[in-house]
Design a protein around this ligand. Structure first.
Ligand SMILES: Nc1ncnc2c1ncn2[C@@H]1O[C@H](COP(=O)(O)OP(=O)(O)OP(=O)(O)O)[C@@H](O)[C@H]1O
Ligand SMILES: [Mg+2]
Length: 283
């Protein structure tokens, strides 16, 4: 398989925030990573480890104290972001106003806009009237409006910082589905989360600990370690354990089954894989 194009590259990037007292506070040290076209990177780490700083850096909202961020394309819209609190990102009062603020809307006639609103919302599977006041939408619908607005300018990379944190399970599913569709259409995804089960969507997991990248690799290796076969052994530390994080239900279940002497067909990272792993293999 040919190597995918590098869309963006962080090279030995460090961030020092200025606190109110004027002191410098180092929150990122020598962070290096390439973002390749077509990836779905899930960023995981404990509170305060520097995950949101990654979103801010990629979106151009936080300057680096040293190191470099290089984007392949010199485009204005290479990255767009969706953050944790749905309402915090709105600039309009209605869905229509929200979309009208986008640069693409400016080039359209009033007549052409109606079709464009419909298309823009259908990309995330949303079919609310554009006259709807944003405050009357559910949390999930609000996040879908934010994702639709972000995707409307066709960014190469969509950066999402805990987009499902405020949502109920049904809305979380809708948001994940909308982002999966965008990924299928070619958008590269950087998804920051505390919900470790969301790593199942990832092509790559980036683990953050104390402002440094502690892990960069496949989700299965993040949860089960390099030599995944011996996970029945409780003394084996995985990259997930090393960050002090509790693995998701599916992974804990699989490890429990291995400890009970079950032979698993694979080391599962989602429910479908767990079902496949256990079919006919327990003593
Ligand atoms: N504007 C700021 N000024 C000073 N310190 C900041 C600022 N923003 C973040 N920090 C500090 O930088 C560190 C990393 O913050 P960041 O928000 O990137 O962490 P995070 O991994 O996203 O945490 P969480 O899981 O709680 O969202 C934290 O110690 C935080 O207190
Ligand atoms: Mg954060």
């Amino acid at each position: 398989m040919s190597k995918k194009e590098i869309l963006g590259s962080l090279q030995r990037a460090s961030v020092i925030y200025r606190t109110e007292s004027g002191e410098g506070r180092r929150v990122w040290t020598d962070v290096s990573m390439d973002i390749h076209e077509g990836e779905w990177i899930v960023v995981i780490g404990p509170n305060g480890s520097g995950k949101s700083t990654l979103a801010s850096v990629l979106l151009g909202l936080c300057p680096l104290s040293s190191g470099q961020l290089i984007y392949k394309q010199d485009e204005q819209w290479i990255t767009r972001g969706v953050l944790q609190i749905p309402d915090a990102q709105f600039v309009g009062d209605t869905v229509q106003e929200e979309l009208d603020y986008l640069p693409n809307a400016q080039d359209l006639t009033i007549e052409a806009r109606a079709e464009w609103y419909r298309e823009t919302l259908s990309v995330v599977g949303l079919s609310v009237p554009v006259e709807r006041a944003l405050h009357t939408l559910s949390g999930g619908q609000k996040q879908l409006v934010n994702i639709a607005a972000a995707l409307a300018v066709h960014p190469a990379i969509l950066v999402l910082d805990e987009p499902t944190a405020m949502l109920d399970p049904a809305a979380r599913k809708e948001v994940r589905q909308a982002v999966r569709e965008a990924h299928k259409r070619g958008t590269t995804i950087v998804w920051i989360t505390h919900r470790l089960e969301e790593a199942a969507d990832a092509t790559r997991v980036l683990g953050f600990g104390d402002g440094r990248v502690t892990f960069d690799g496949e989700p299965r290796v993040f949860f089960y370690g390099d030599e995944g076969g011996d996970r029945g052994d409780l003394s084996v530390m995985t990259p997930c354990n090393e960050l002090g994080l509790d693995p998701p239900f599916v992974v804990k279940t699989a490890i429990g089954l291995l400890q009970q002497g079950c032979q698993l067909r694979l080391l599962p990272i989602d429910m479908e894989e767990l079902a496949e792993a256990v079919s006919g293999s327990c003593p």
